[in-house]
Design a protein. Structure first.
Length: 337
């Protein structure tokens, strides 16, 4: 089998697009290299003393895990000296991270959730890193939050890495979605699946059912119909999965279809939802749409949302197109069910 490494894939993709954009290629390669280091740290577990709480809270007021802090530092250190970035933003940092003045600045902005699925770290369940790349409107000026306030449609690249039985990097540059597996001997990400495609229909849904009583009526109706199965209005049975690591749940959907939902509920309505727009919902929506799926808030296309804050939260419904459209239709109809 011809083994195409990430570097070769990116160079060939540039040639095909006739666009020599070394900065973007370098940026993706550096993010991938940082994810390799994170994969090594996670793989050590207790032996590396990386499990457990860090003893600090992040900007969202959540207790940080040691690996949240370690992963954040690995991504910052790897990306700040390369000359391809104007700045970074992370789930673990309240303010944007400006590139130190002793390093050259570039034209891209990198946003990331350094370790997604933190609640699963200490129980050895798959976690991940999610990233989004934007262009900085004016890389000569000082970095501000508003430089990042760009719709998801402005993303030039997005990806996630799943640290599971194997470490996988899933990437889009706006020309399909491709999956690379980390070859630990080679120390490289190798292309293992091209042009991932999400089937339009599915019989599998993912949602935290323990929140059911807090959901809005349209979501209650949609999930009740799924659970009612053959005996219900859908006339067929549906299966449920919930890993509680968005990267793992979304990767399953990119592999065999499905619908992932973290809807608005009465617990999170004040903050607008649970998941973050800029470094969770937007990159995942870009990837899912590039794989033929759909991604909405239940009411609006996620990629069309005008961001209002770096750590803004939104409801998320994504995956197999026909199911996402049904959920959205129920919300737009304001269905009572
Ligand atoms: P972080 O771990 O990055 O904060 O992400 C949030 C998250 O863990 C998602 O990965 C996951 O889909 C969701 O929260 C799980 O929520 P819950 O704990 O309600 O099941």
């Amino acid at each position: 089998m011809r083994r195409i490494t990430l570097t070769r894939f990116l160079i060939e993709a540039q040639r095909q697009q006739g666009a020599q954009n070394n900065d973007l290629r370098l940026l993706i390669e550096v993010v991938a290299r940082a994810c390799k280091a994170i994969s090594v740290a996670i793989g050590k577990g207790s032996l590396g003393g990386v499990l457990g709480e860090a003893g600090s809270d992040n900007v969202q007021g959540e207790a940080q895990k040691k690996l949240d802090v370690i992963s954040n530092e690995i991504l910052l250190e790897a990306n700040e000296w390369g000359g391809h970035l104007a700045g970074m933003a992370s789930e673990e940092m309240e303010l944007p991270h400006a590139i130190p003045s002793h390093y050259p600045r570039g034209e891209y902005l990198l946003l990331f959730d350094p370790l997604d699925g933190s609640s699963n770290i200490d129980v050895n369940i798959s976690v991940g890193t999610i990233f989004s790349v934007l262009k900085c409107a004016d890389s000569s000026c000082d970095l501000h939050d508003h430089d990042f306030m760009q719709k998801g449609t402005r993303q030039v690249a997005a990806g996630y890495t799943v640290y599971g039985p194997s470490t996988l990097l899933v990437l889009t540059l706006g020309n399909g979605v491709h999956c690379f597996t980390l070859d630990r001997e080679l120390g490289s990400f190798v292309l293992t699946r091209e042009n991932l495609s999400i089937p339009a229909d599915t019989r599998e849904f993912a949602i935290n059912m323990s929140n059911q009583r807090f959901w809005e009526k349209p979501m209650q109706r949609y999930v009740n119909e799924l659970v009612a199965g053959k005996e219900g209005p859908r006339g067929t049975d549906f299966n449920m999965r919930w890993v509680a690591s968005m990267v793992a749940d979304v990767h399953r959907i990119l592999t065999r279809g499905g619908i992932f939902m973290y809807p608005l509920d009465s617990k999170t309505v004040a903050q607008g939802g649970k998941l973050r727009l800029m470094y969770e919902a937007n990159p995942m929506a870009f990837i899912v749409e590039q794989a033929g799926g759909a991604a909405t808030t239940g009411r609006e296309r996620i990629l069309d949302l005008e961001p209002t804050g770096l750590h803004q939260r939104v409801p998320v419904v994504l995956g197999s197109k026909n199911e996402v459209e049904r959920v959205t239709r129920y919300h737009q109809e304001g269905s009572e069910g």
